[in-house]
Design a protein around this ligand. Structure first.
Ligand code: SF4
Length: 295
């Protein structure tokens, strides 16, 4: 079986074998010969259960993070969803709140599923668990959606390092957004072409996203960025499911992201030496937190 080093390979396989991306991912994992199909699906289910457990433990918690930069955000969004001012759907409120809950738990040093990284760990759980709660997605479909997300992250990771230090936040929250867009399309029964168009549309709009964490902590802008990214993934999936393709093929977008990551200065790659990390508010907070600016 092919190693799927490109999205073109993946799409050809799906179209030739009449399978979805999640099903292709399952066949790929079985072909590796390390685990049975049942074990792989059980593993996916356990990951989904941990995603839900993280969300449930964080969703209504007021506990601040150790730095005090986050805590209580997801609870506020859930409360706001009931207010007369709320204007988004229940699904969208859940996507936002669930992603916030996951990143808040990460900031409290609790257990999360790195997806693809800790910094980007809220987007996939936010959209998948919210979709399940609002649209009653059955577990077998949800498992395939997670596998589809994993396949997207896996192919991208063969071409670029998934870390803010290597390529900016486009490689963390950006890739998580693409993974989420594919998962939504898979969960809602879209075609492999639509899933990859959703990834492409999501990634085009995340390209160039810098990594500039305040005080070097994965909190500002990361916590809220994950929540906004879930809505971004939903918009990309909606565009693709409506039958609107990406003009630029996904493999070319990945090449462009790699190139942008290489051009990005080190100040914008997790060093906390540029962007938001160097705003007066961030510098002042960092001095209070550490006593002095870290080297
Ligand atoms: S800004 Fe940097 S630390 Fe925060 S999620 Fe993005 S890549 Fe990770």
């Amino acid at each position: 079986m092919t190693n799927f080093s490109t999205f073109k390979d993946l799409l050809s396989y799906c179209q030739e074998h009449h399978v979805s991306i999640g099903e292709a991912a399952l066949e790929y994992e079985v072909a590796r010969g390390e685990r049975s199909e049942a074990d792989i699906l059980l593993g996916a289910r356990k990951i989904l259960e941990q995603m839900r457990a993280t969300i449930e433990s964080g969703l209504y918690s007021d506990e601040p993070s150790m730095s005090g930069l986050s805590g209580g955000f997801s609870k506020k969004v859930m409360a706001f969803s009931e207010s007369p001012q709320s204007f988004m759907s229940s699904l969208e409120h859940r996507m936002i709140a669930y992603a916030l809950a996951t990143l808040e738990e990460n900031s409290r040093m609790r257990k999360i599923v790195a997806c693809p990284t800790a910094g980007g760990s809220g987007v996939v759980p936010g959209v998948l668990i919210a979709l399940t709660d609002e649209k009653q997605i059955p577990m077998p479909t949800l498992e395939k959606a997670l596998l589809a997300a994993g396949m997207v992250g896996g192919i991208v990771s063969q071409r670029m390092h998934l870390s803010g230090a290597a390529a900016g936040c486009q490689a963390e929250v950006g890739v998580a957004t693409g993974m989420s867009a594919a998962a939504i399309v898979e969960a809602l029964g879209g075609t492999p072409q639509q899933a990859l168009d959703a990834v492409a549309i999501a990634l085009k709009n995340m390209m160039g996203l810098v990594c500039d964490p305040v005080a070097g902590l994965v909190e500002v802008p990361c916590v809220k960025r994950n929540a906004v990214a879930g809505i971004h993934a939903s918009a990309a999936a909606t565009i693709a499911l409506a039958g609107i393709p990406s003009f630029i093929p996904l493999d070319e977008i990945i090449d462009a992201m790699v190139s942008v990551g290489q051009m990005m200065p080190p100040q914008l790659k997790e060093s906390a030496e540029g962007g938001l990390a160097k705003t007066p508010t961030a510098v002042s907070f960092t001095e209070r937190l550490y006593g002095e600016q870290p080297d």
